[in-house]
Design a protein around this ligand. Structure first.
Ligand SMILES: C[S@@+](CC[C@H](N)C(=O)[O-])C[C@H]1O[C@@H](n2cnc3c(N)ncnc32)[C@H](O)[C@@H]1O
Length: 245
């Protein structure tokens, strides 16, 4: 598992806890709602990398029974505090998902978690575990930062202080800062291209049903900077190939 998790830090966790379904993030949640509306059933969902519970609460409000899991105790503590009746668990170790029953979730959400999973091999290992707990007719939705996020300015993020991002190649560290939080330190993400993601999905026998790259709308109440022309997020909709186990 990741050697460094920048979220297991009380200043960072406290700052991230204040980030809601707003600004640049709102674009992804708007698209997520549209994807969920097309799915046949709203039952058990796994929120992998639930953080302070923002994405879990979004699924709960959409009608799912949610298990939220995360490796950062600091974040899970905040998810529990915001939703004392919810099911939030701290994962530890490589066998972390083994306690979950096979095929028990009709939906698995991975929302921004993979920006902080630094090795391709680790992404592969996690996706293999998530595939096991995904129902045969279930949907896995992975929301990732698009490569373009690291070289533009956004309503919710700045990258201007990190010109090194422009030369980033697959697997390199890239930096980005969330605007308007107490934590002025950048997030150190790992740069992954669309081709990287597609390769891992294939290796993990996950079929890519659709890729969504939503833009900001002029009618939305946020001060868009790049959002109307450049998609900040890549949202992958995946499933097990038909007939596969
Ligand atoms: C950017 S936050 C997103 C949190 C939440 N999904 C949301 O939308 O607010 C990413 C989270 O992924 C978690 N994370 C990173 N690597 C992980 C791993 N290997 N297993 C589980 N969680 C992980 C971090 O601890 C952090 O809480």
């Amino acid at each position: 598992m990741s050697a460094v998790n920048f979220y297991d830090d009380s200043l960072r966790a406290a700052a991230y806890e204040t980030v809601g379904v707003e600004g640049t993030y709102a674009i992804a949640f708007r698209e997520l709602a549209l994807i969920l509306a097309r799915l046949p059933r709203r039952e058990a969902a796994l929120d992998f990398g639930c953080g302070a519970g923002r994405s879990s609460r979004f699924l709960i409000n959409a009608g799912y029974r949610v298990v939220g899991v995360d490796i950062a105790q600091e974040m899970v503590a905040r998810a529990r505090r915001a939703d004392p009746g919810g099911d939030y668990r701290v994962l530890s170790g490589d066998q972390a998902l083994d306690g979950l029953k096979p095929a028990m979730f009709s939906l698995v959400l991975v929302a921004w978690t993979f920006d902080n999973v630094h090795e391709l091999s680790e992404k592969r290992q996690i996706l293999t575990g998530l595939r096991r707990v995904l129902a045969d007719d279930g949907t896995l939705i992975l929301i990732a930062s698009a490569p373009e996020i690291y070289t533009n300015e956004w309503a919710s993020f700045t990258t201007a202080a990190y010109p090194g991002n422009r030369a980033a190649k697959s697997g390199d560290v890239v930096k980005i800062r969330i605007k308007g939080t107490e934590d002025a330190r950048p997030y150190e993400d790992t740069y992954f291209t669309d081709a990287d993601y597609r390769r891992v999905f294939g290796e993990c026998r996950l079929e890519l049903r659709a890729t969504h790259r939503p833009l900001g709308y002029a009618s939305e109440p946020w001060n868009w900077i790049s959002e109307k022309a450049t998609a900040p997020w890549a949202i992958y909709e995946l499933s097990k190939p038909r007939g596969a186990k």
